[in-house]
Write a protein of this length. Structure first.
Length: 209
């Protein structure tokens, strides 16, 4: 059984999630419309609605009342040039769980909605043998294992929370059109983690080979 300690303290376990066709019971998803929570965030829409795409929403497995939603700039060079903390321009918003909106303000026309399926508990030291869309807890699996990416995060007391790996995209012909947004790469989310509390989650960096 997993818990906060073995996921984020001793990091002996990790949760992995895979993409699959949607059902009415799904609460986490990739592609499609952003959560309805953002329908009422008029300032956020005004600032980002014409320049950012919705990427995914993941219910926090340690707090099922909250979810993490990620947006990325429509211009590739914008997030290529600003690819790591503290100036990373990929956005993460933590907010109460919400269903998918009926509006398409942030919708990427090149990505069809798919579910982020039920999690599987694995030993962290065997996770590199697994294909996943999301890995929560444990330790990050880097494409480029360089201190350059993590130095400022560590200096500001951030620790790895989860990652999204494009190798784990749903293997469906209709899921994505054209190039992968992150060049067949991965996004790494960090947070300040203390006394079983997770605060200030941010996109720490993204990488590709």
């Amino acid at each position: 059984m997993w818990n906060f300690k073995n996921l984020l303290s001793d990091r002996t376990k990790a949760l992995i999630f895979k993409g699959r066709k949607c059902t009415n019971r799904d609460t986490s998803w990739i592609g499609g419309n952003a959560p309805a929570y953002f329908d009422d965030q008029k300032d956020f829409q005004s600032k980002y609605g014409s320049t950012y795409y919705f990427f995914l929403s993941l219910v926090n497995p340690l707090d099922p009342t909250m979810m993490f939603t990620i947006f990325f700039p429509r211009e590739y060079d914008e997030y290529l040039d600003n690819n790591k903390y503290p100036t990373c321009t990929i956005l993460l918003v933590e907010h109460p769980v919400a269903h998918e909106s009926s509006t398409d303000v942030f919708t990427n026309p090149n990505m069809k909605k798919y579910a982020i399926g039920n999690c599987e508990v694995i030993n962290n030291d065997t996770s590199d043998n697994q294909t996943f869309l999301v890995k929560f807890g444990g330790t990050p699996e880097h494409i480029q294992n360089k201190r350059f990416y993590t130095k400022e995060l560590v200096d500001d007391s951030f620790e790895f929370l989860f990652q999204i790996d494009e190798q784990g995209y749903p293997e469906e012909d209709d899921f994505i059109k054209g190039n992968y947004p992150f060049s067949y790469g991965a996004i790494y989310i960090y947070a300040q983690i203390k006394m079983e509390n997770i605060t200030n989650p941010v996109v720490g960096y993204w990488q590709f080979s």
